[in-house]
Structure formats: structure tokens, C-alpha cells
Ligand binder design. Sequence first.
Ligand SMILES: Nc1ncnc2c1ncn2[C@@H]1O[C@H](COP(=O)(O)OP(=O)(O)OP(=O)(O)O)[C@@H](O)[C@H]1O
Ligand SMILES: [Mg+2]
Length: 238
Amino acid sequence: MNGIFITGTDTGVGKTVVAAGIAAAMRQRGINVGVMKPIHTGCKTRKGKLVPADSLFLARFASADDPIGLITPYIFSEPLAPYAAATGNNVVIDIERIIKSFKILCARHDYVIVEGIGGVMAPITERFYVAGLIKRLKIPALIVTRPELGTINHTMLTIGCLRERKVPVKGIVINYSRRHKNTPAEKSCRKTLGKLSGIPIIAITPYIPDLRIKLSDRTPAFPDPFLKLAYRLFDVGC
Ligand SMILES: Nc1ncnc2c1ncn2[C@@H]1O[C@H](COP(=O)(O)OP(=O)(O)OP(=O)(O)O)[C@@H](O)[C@H]1O
Ligand SMILES: [Mg+2]
């Protein structure tokens, strides 16, 4: 399978923004790229239907026209971890259904970018976590992390969890989902993380002031660092 799994150290770190940036850059290069967000929780209702905002955002940047049910087989309204949201709706998430959808997307596209849900230990079923899903999809992971104090701990925990399951990690992206503050943590995290993890820091993606994930927004242009990130991914063999 040809693709990458965009995971993160937490929810809200910028997985969607980074994944969409990579998708946009690949499209610019003429690559037929597909996207997937296998489970989406916290979805709002519009005209009586649950809307998976991340999935639509990703699909827009990838110019992918796959059915939304294929991109996101499981959609829930509750802003909860997948297992908790599913349990509350008397649903048991079927991993095989997710894998089947992923295989269909792989057949339709040259490359598939999968956005994770929360972090690697977000539960999908009682005994199955996001890390296990990455392993089952047989694609490498890219870790999106924050430039803030606490990021070394969160990133090292994430790497440890993936290494335990022998999931290859292509790299780390340090993403500014908030304005730059020039703190000591911001200034040193690249060097420290690179040295301690031994994993390439593929990009530091800056805060983009006018970027908001809103379905009504006109497609925002991604600035250079996102495009450079995609090119670095090619360099490391994605
Ligand atoms: N580089 C950036 N510049 C500006 N805003 C950003 C950037 N990265 C993320 N954000 C903003 O931060 C918020 C969280 O980002 P995003 O939705 O990509 O996180 P996520 O990891 O995908 O979250 P979730 O776990 O809910 O899927 C969004 O409002 C997004 O617009
Ligand atoms: Mg997201």
C-alpha cells in the first residue's frame, strides 16, 4: 500500500492542516492522491446530516471525489474518543470495514493520506487503539507535534508506542497551531527532539493567521513550508 498515516501527539495539534498541505502539494505535482479519516467524532449536523469537516477539508485539498462514506466510514456527533463515541451509540467499530475502505481508496489513487484520530493511544474498540490501526494499514506514520513545553514527553511517548508495534515513523512535523511566542521550548524543541528520537524533523510548519477550517472558506493557499514538507516526504521515500 502506498500512503502515509498522519498521527499526532494529541487532538488539535494540526493533523488535518498538515495532511491537507501534503495533499495539496502532491496534487500540484500531478499525483493522484486520495485521503481518508477513518473515524470522525465531534461532527456537527447540517440539514439533518452529520458533517465530517476534516474529511471534506482533506478531500478539497486532494481534489478527491470519493464518496464520503469511503473516506470516513464512521461518523459520530459526540466529541469523544472513537470507542467512547461508538459505545454511546451502541456501535462496535469494525476494523475490517476500515481496512476494506482503505484498500478501495488505494486502488483508486496512487497515494493515500490517512489522518488519524487524536493520538496513537486513542481507543477504537475496547482493546484496539489507533497505533494498532496504523500497523494493520501497513503504512508508515508521520507524527505532528506542538512546539510547546511538554512536546518532548508527548512525542517520545508517541514514538515509543509506535516502535513497540514496529510501525515505521517517517518523520516528525513541528506545527504551530498557535502564534509563535519564541519561548525557550520553541527555540530548542527541534534540536532536542531530533537528537533524542533519531527521527528526521521533516518540517516546522508556521502559524498561518488566516487559516481556519471552515467549510464555507474559500480554499486557502498553503504557504511554502507545507509544500517543502511534501517534497521532503518524497525525499524520504513516500
Ligand atoms: N499551521 C497552522 N496555522 C494556523 N492554524 C492552524 C495551524 N495548524 C493548525 N491550526 C488550527 O488549529 C486547529 C487544530 O488544527 P487541526 O484541526 O488540523 O488539528 P487536528 O490534529 O487535525 O485535530 P483533530 O484531532 O480534531 O482532528 C484548527 O483550528 C486549525 O485551523
Ligand atoms: Mg483533524
